[in-house]
Design a protein around this ligand. Sequence first.
Ligand SMILES: Nc1nc2c(ncn2[C@@H]2O[C@H](COP(=O)(O)OP(=O)(O)OP(=O)(O)O)[C@@H](O)[C@H]2O)c(=O)[nH]1
Ligand SMILES: [Mg+2]
Length: 453
Amino acid sequence: MVKNLEDTITAIATPPGRASMSVIRVSGKEAIPIVNRIFKGKNLELAAGHSLYYGRIVDPNTESMETIDTVMLALYRAPRSFTREDVVEISCHGNPYILNRVIELLIHYGCRLAEPGEFTMRAFLNGRLDLAQAEAVADLIAANSSVSHKLAIHQLRGGYSKDLHQLRLKLLNFASLLELELDFSEEDVEFANRQELLELIKGILAEIDSLILSFRAGNAIKNGIPTVIAGKPNVGKSTLLNALLNESRAIVSAIPGTTRDIIEDRLFLGGYEFRLTDTAGLRQTFDPIEEEGIRRSHEKIIASSILLYVFDPQIDTFAQAQSEVENLKLPSTTQVVYVANKIDLYPVALPSSVISISALIGTNLPLLKNELVKIAQNLLQTDTVISNQRHLEALKRCHQSLIAAQKGIEQSISSELVAIDIRHALHHLGEITGEVTTEDILENIFSKFCIGK
Ligand SMILES: Nc1nc2c(ncn2[C@@H]2O[C@H](COP(=O)(O)OP(=O)(O)OP(=O)(O)O)[C@@H](O)[C@H]2O)c(=O)[nH]1
Ligand SMILES: [Mg+2]
């Protein structure tokens, strides 16, 4: 996967199809001379970096030097470019025929088509970005709410890479001291103060714990906050889903047990993305299909960050709704919002913690939306948040190694074994930022990118 860095690579950087403009990227040692062969307007070999040139792309293989397009060309000289190599970006008119002709010419004169993510991978390999930052490029492009955008920008600009780097340096220092002791093993000396090492490990464990905990928030930011509408049959859950989404997404009927499959859609409120799910009404049933629907509902409910528990106050009291929620055995991280529906039918007095609405005619829906935004703000206020599954796995492994090292020190086992655990911990921390990489890790990360990134 780590293809030859000597190659000059090219790809279309903009989405396929017709557009007013599209950009072709070229990066590598030969980028400037190759583009110079097909560009008329300026001798690029003599051109300054960080500059723009207007001219024509021509086909030198035709007798008349056929003009393919008039273009603007941005030129960057190494190391002052995204990949830290010579880079040329050609802005053509967005026509697939033109783009293909230009790409064919570039390949004819010595470029190779870039692999997915290869530009960003070069930026990483050439030290322009660390691995977590490179991954943030993909997140930034995929971000679709203001918070997920903020998170990606934070990570792209360094994010917690700096913190991890500091932790890693401190551990590294201790690892070297421990290893030094091994050289003097005959003499029974301790260069690494055990008490200090234990303190350091405890400190790092605490930081790692909080990062691991922040993953739930990070995931909610990246993929939407899992928000589930649940309650007994016929209380108006599907009507509420439709009202929040402003479209007739789920079937509504007066027959209890209408919804069986899980229905999911995205809801954007106040810069947050909610993954809103309508579920089958919860009741005892002998219908195997409905039973399966209820089983799936339970799964969703348990995994939710926000549960909108809907009840009909004509039928059930608030206390009954509360005891139904109790029976759901929710994890402590789930925020429950009690929603009393159908208040257009009869006025009912309820505690202020309950939001009384009419999903049918829209009464108090803005109140419910405000509540959702407020919960989202609280849920996602953590300063440093991880949102990347790969980072989570590496942090968990680092945690395990540190716990092992901690136990080892407490039980005064040989410094050789403690040093091994600390080396493992270092390895896992380094995996996140790319101080330690393997071909597999790189392959995995960059193959998920699109060509041209
Ligand atoms: N008057 C009134 N009727 C409502 C309101 N919300 C829902 N309904 C009615 O209540 C009935 C059930 O609504 P649904 O949205 O299908 O209820 P549900 O909770 O999804 O029901 P299941 O899918 O069977 O669990 C329908 O006839 C709705 O029109 C409301 O705010 N006021
Ligand atoms: Mg329903």
